[in-house]
Structure formats: structure tokens, C-alpha cells
Write a protein that binds this ligand. Structure first.
Ligand SMILES: Cc1cc2nc3c(=O)[nH]c(=O)nc-3n(C[C@H](O)[C@H](O)[C@H](O)COP(=O)(O)O)c2cc1C
Length: 133
């Protein structure tokens, strides 16, 4: 299997708590079958997601995700080959609400959390990893 990591961000579209629950339920069921792991961040204004897995599985799921009406303006931030997963035990970890520790976020972002302005993907991965612990 050719292992890759894909990072994207997007803007939620009319998303409520029930949508987040549904997204996580579907993600965890599908990703377990597809061998995909990762993390979803949601601060009410942005989604930021890291997907890890086989290139074919991640590509196919990403196309489905892009067409989901619960978000828009999907922006691909990184797609790269990896030797090992950063989130091997999470079919989809979730960080939202109070989980978005302001001290950690402000270490990586100036002037509030806006993934569209983040250009250092090592920083993005470190931030996501620390937030998910
Ligand atoms: C921000 C966001 C992240 C999502 N992440 C995943 C994911 O990691 N895995 C997944 O299977 N579906 C994810 N979805 C849901 C998909 O868009 C789609 O609804 C789902 O894959 C359809 O699954 P089904 O064919 O089993 O109903 C996500 C949706 C959104 C809006």
C-alpha cells in the first residue's frame, strides 16, 4: 500500500451538532473499512482535516468529501507520501469546542485560527497532533 497524508480545510455550511455527529459516525464506520485514519478539527467557522491511508482509498474518500454539501470552498493544503501514520489509532479523532486549546492554537497561528492562512504543514501537523492528545 502506498501510504499518503492529505490535509485540507473548508468552510462549514449550515452545520449543527447533529451534522457533526453524523459526519463522525459515517467517517468512523467508512474509515475503519477503508484503512483511513486521521483527525477532524471544527471551530464553528472552519474545518481542518487530516486523512492518512492508502493513496487510492484516501483519493476516493476525498472526492466524496469534496462533494458533501455540509461544507464549501474545500482547499487542498497537502498531499504527500508518508512512511508512517501520525494517527494510527484514530479512525477519525475529533477536536472541537473547548478541545481547541487557545494556547496551543496561538502557538501556530497569529490572529486566530484560520487554516487558509497556514502555510507550514509541519506546523499544522504538530498543532493537530497536540490538540488531539
Ligand atoms: C468536513 C467533513 C469531513 C468528512 N470526513 C469524512 C471521513 O473522514 N470519512 C468518511 O467516510 N466520510 C467523511 N465525511 C462524510 C462524507 O462527505 C460522506 O457523507 C460519507 O463518506 C458518505 O458515506 P456513506 O456513503 O457511507 O453514506 C466528511 C464530511 C465532511 C463535511
Amino acid at each position: 500500500m502506498f501510504l499518503v497524508r492529505l490535509i485540507y480545510c473548508s468552510t462549514p455550511s449550515g452545520v449543527g451538532d447533529a451534522d457533526i455527529e453524523d459526519i463522525l459516525d459515517r467517517s468512523r464506520a467508512n474509515n475503519a473499512l477503508d484503512g483511513i485514519t486521521g483527525v477532524l478539527l471544527y471551530d464553528g467557522t472552519h474545518f481542518l482535516q487530516v486523512l492518512e491511508g492508502g493513496r487510492s482509498a484516501v483519493s476516493k474518500r476525498f472526492i466524496v468529501i469534496c462533494n458533501d454539501k455540509r461544507h464549501r470552498d474545500v482547499e487542498l493544503m497537502e498531499l504527500s507520501p508518508i512512511r508512517a501514520r501520525r494517527f494510527p489509532h484514530w479512525t477519525m479523532a475529533y477536536v472541537g469546542g473547548t478541545g481547541l486549546d487557545e494556547v496551543i492554537v496561538s502557538t501556530y497561528t497569529a490572529g486566530g485560527f484560520d487554516p487558509r492562512r497556514m502555510i507550514n504543514m509541519d506546523g499544522v501537523m504538530d498543532m493537530v497532533w497536540r490538540l488531539s492528545q
